[in-house]
Design a binder for this molecule. Structure first.
Ligand code: ATP
Ligand code: MG
Ligand code: MG
Ligand code: MG
Length: 576
């Protein structure tokens, strides 16, 4: 590729709405262009990276025996009604109507459609196992699209779906995908960790996330450096791994006083100091009917980490629990309210809500706190409005670095991560309701055991940059760089020698199959080199008259602190 023919559009400054390095750098490098909230044009430079990411995924999926097909972006609602997800998915699912008023969805994932294919096409045990995948545009109306491609509303996902005759075979298919994912992320040069996860809205029993380690990640992951234990923090809590702390969640004694409504009252109610030292909050949300009567109450409890002795809370508080109350996990809270604790805001939530941060408690007009008894509720209208968002999810969790690992093999550490992949062993969650059966050896119909496997293709760009950048720009890992090598001639438009040497090196590298770009724009050297440092091309060759006289060029890897002389004749061998 020649720069003069390609499209390059770099910026000195990032737009002000870009908060994290990857978003800023992708905008500055001209890789993406914002069209709307969470919706981006993939510009030529960015698209090259996306295509490389896709190519690696495709190769490894094919190697693992998966078969590519392509399912539509717009899908009839009927299939989604069959599994109940047309309603259950909530506002994240984009629903549209056609001219006849028929409902459709813009796919956020494709379990329904693939299961529909499978129930028509896979009739006999002889056709199993099968694994279908596609790389396709997704739409999720995210509550809070942000960080550029990292949490877009429109994005590209690779999603694969396996169909097996039984759980044993399904487990093998799952493992094959797990292994393929490791190869994929290894080839992309990412530092990641596979962690146990909850299955969330997708469902199923077993699931693991692939988390790219990054400070700016939205997820918190818990692992034990001296053993194999690794889970995302919701999972670590949901399975009650930290027993003594989970027990401490039973934390309510005093009868609430009617009519109270402040955060301080909750702290008082729980005999806990407010502000810095509040570690634990018990909040009840009541579902009210039209007449304002309580239909159902649930106590939500969150513990905030810190120096408070949680065991003390535990021993003193259990009998305050009333009929119908139960404690919920953070994962359940998220499912129920459609938002993670700590990321909530009063706007747009259907149900009365909840909680959290050091000084905590978000509002809600029909928010109720306290016991599930008439006139014994704290009702509030102004609970901590405008609280700043807590900056770390881990801070509001029940698990603290240094806690014993549940496997007893060490202590826990907490890291932040970006979820780039997710594998699920689904079992028959979709095949049962959709009647996707096959005939076994005895001619008896059996539901297929399914797995599903997602990779956030476009999110990978953001994750890779979060891990690989410096003050000058992006440092692409070799496997996914938009170009592997850039040739930067100094004086291409002035010196015949430079032009000849650059052209011939370019031709030689092209012939050798190297993904090379020749910067023939005739830019000033400073601007030219700055562009390619920003874009993050891993290898750079600078040619100038002076060096060429002595037969050498300057080679610099993007991570090298300085350039080194290299004989012109050796460059191709070095970069091939
Ligand atoms: P998250 O927890 O980040 O919202 P998810 O668990 O909802 O992700 P999955 O349903 O597991 O996502 O989808 C598979 C993969 O798709 C994720 O692992 C992630 O890499 C990617 N992905 C999900 N949502 C987005 C998004 N809004 N923008 C970009 N990629 C996404
Ligand atoms: Mg999501
Ligand atoms: Mg997730
Ligand atoms: Mg997921």
């Amino acid at each position: 590729m020649k720069a003069s023919q390609f499209f390059i559009s770099t910026l000195k400054e990032a737009p002000t709405d870009a908060e994290v390095a990857s978003h800023k750098l992708m905008m500055r490098a001209g890789m993406i262009k914002r069209l709307g909230a969470g919706i981006y044009n993939y510009m030529p430079m960015g698209l090259r990276v996306i295509r490389k990411v896709e190519a690696i995924i495709r190769e490894e999926m094919n190697r693992a025996g998966a078969v590519e097909l392509l399912m539509p972006v717009v899908q009839p609602a009927e299939l989604w009604q069959e599994t109940g997800r047309f309603e259950a998915m909530g506002p994240e699912l984009m629903r549209v109507k056609d001219r006849h008023g028929r409902d459709f969805v813009i796919q956020p994932t494709s379990e329904e459609v693939i299961t529909d294919i499978a129930r028509q096409e896979l009739r006999s045990y002889k056709q199993l196992p099968k694994n279908f995948y596609h790389i396709q545009t997704k739409f999720r109306d995210e509550r809070r699209p942000r960080f550029g491609l990292m949490r877009g509303r429109e994005f590209t996902m690779k999603d694969a779906y396996s169909f097996d005759r039984d759980v044993e075979s399904g487990t093998r298919s799952y493992q094959a995908m797990y292994d393929a994912y490791c190869r994929i992320f290894d080839r992309m040069g990412l530092q990641y960790r596979a962690v146990a996860a909850d299955s969330g809205a997708i469902g199923g029993d077993v699931s693991q996330e692939f988390q790219v380690i990054a400070e700016t990640g939205e997820d918190a992951i818990v692992y034990c450096p001296t053993s194999d234990f690794a889970a995302n923090i919701e999972k670590a809590e949901a399975v009650g791994l930290i027993a003594q702390r989970a027990a401490a969640t039973q934390a309510m004694t005093k009868t609430p006083t009617p009519g109270k409504s402040t955060c301080a009252d909750v702290a008082e109610l729980l005999s806990l100091p407010l502000a810095q030292t509040v570690k634990s909050l018990v909040l009840a949300t009541d579902e009210l009917n039209d007449k304002g009567e309580i239909v159902k109450s649930v106590v939500w409890l969150l513990l905030l980490r810190g120096d408070h002795d949680l065991n003390e809370v535990k021993t003193s508080k259990v009998e305050g629990l009333k009929n119908g109350f139960r404690f919920a996990t953070v994962g359940e809270i998220e499912d129920h309210f459609g938002t993670k604790p700590g990321y909530l805001g009063p706007i747009g939530l259907k149900k009365p809500v909840k909680v959290i941060a050091d000084r905590t408690v978000a509002n809600m007009s029909d928010f109720v706190c306290g016991a599930n008894e008439a006139d014994f509720h704290l009702t509030g209208v102004n609970w901590g409005r405008d609280l700043p968002e807590p900056d770390a999810v881990a801070d509001i969790r029940n698990i603290v670095a240094g806690d014993p690992s549940p496997d007893g093999k060490g202590v826990l550490a907490i890291q932040r991560g970006i979820e780039v992949g997710h594998v699920f062993l689904l079992g028959t969650k979709y095949s049962e309701p959709m009647k996707a059966t096959f005939l076994d050896e005895n001619g008896k119909p059996q539901p297929m055991v399914m797995g599903c496997y997602g990779i956030g293709v476009t999110r990978i760009l953001g994750a890779a940059i979060e891990q690989n950048h410096d003050e000058r720009g992006i440092i692409w890992p070799n496997g996914i760089a938009p170009f592997t090598v850039v040739i930067c001639p100094i004086g291409y438009d002035r010196s015949a020698d430079v032009k000849a040497a650059a052209d011939s090196l370019y031709a030689e590298l092209m012939a050798a199959g190297v993904d090379v770009l020749l910067d023939d724009r005739g830019e000033r050297p400073g601007a030219m080199l700055a562009d390619w440092e920003l874009v993050g091309v891993p290898h750079r060759v600078v040619l100038g008259d002076r060096g060429l006289k002595e037969g050498h060029v300057e080679y610099q890897g993007r991570r090298d602190t300085e350039a080194s002389k290299m004989a012109l004749a050796e460059v191709a061998a070095h970069l091939r």
